[in-house]
Design a protein around this ligand. Sequence first.
Ligand SMILES: C[S@@+](CC[C@H](N)C(=O)[O-])C[C@H]1O[C@@H](n2cnc3c(N)ncnc32)[C@H](O)[C@@H]1O
Length: 314
Amino acid sequence: MFRFGIFTQEQYLKLGREKRGCAPPIAYSLLDAGDRPSADQVRAFEDISFSMRTSNGTFRTTFRDRFREVDGAALRWMLKLFAPEAEIRVEDRAVSHGLTSKEWAERVFQAFPNAWFEASDVLLELYEISRGGVAYILEPSGRAIQYVKPPFVVSLVDQAEPRRYPVNWLVARRAKRRFEELKLGTEWMAAAERQGWQARKIPFVHPEARELARRNSRFEMRVRSVFDITAEGSDVIRTMNILNSSYFSEQKLVEGVDAIFKSVRLGGLWIAGRTLEEDLSNHVSLLLRGDRAWEVVERIGQGWELERLALGAL
Ligand SMILES: C[S@@+](CC[C@H](N)C(=O)[O-])C[C@H]1O[C@@H](n2cnc3c(N)ncnc32)[C@H](O)[C@@H]1O
């Protein structure tokens, strides 16, 4: 009929570790682990991200050491293509909270100390507005994605709240209606504050990636769409678990493929692929950019299932 959510760090700590993966919904405010997070705060951060869905229907799933063999293959090719002292520009796109980017960047900097590394995603922070013991979690656009009214924590993303908990479903429906009635508009933060809500930012970058960005100015996390064209061009771009047909139409995917072609410099590398949910195996293609076309230089597993889009693009 219903399930209660987790809305304090203490409640999260009481959850058995084995239960954390399939635990009750956790308030996204627990993502705010601060600058010196404890190991449990980092775990809470990673657990929340693991199953979280955002308003555009994409998941935030990522996890530690997911791409060890992908990093290795990419580096092998990068060492063939570029001199170790070169100031290459490396981009990792749609990186979620950036932990796997941080892992790859550290390997890249060992081999290419003068490299520049940009990790990007469309979503790197959330906001909480709270008033009278209830809170909404918003994306930067002002779209509400979660509602917290203790003891309930419900998702406001379309179809995300399961029907098998009708009470939660009703709480979510009512919360959505009330949120719409606030009529916050595009200047949503100022409008919310005028109505007595307190707003605060919740960083959605992994603490380890934030730490690397603090100590190494060659590593940057920034907001960017996978469909952007990098004007200055990059030598290496990685797009893992984003250009796939469960997220985007074929037309949009072709647009994405085109954007990557225009963003990678001649002789540069594109690493594209997917992790299978069943066994967490990676299926990746490494593509070399020629003057008018891509050439597949290596495949991991079965290769990227949409490789044909890249090869047929031009
Ligand atoms: C499944 S995660 C992939 C994370 C990471 N690349 C990995 O494989 O571990 C998908 C990410 O894509 C982001 N995303 C969704 N639409 C995007 C877009 N148009 N441009 C860039 N990132 C996007 C989401 O915010 C989410 O963090």
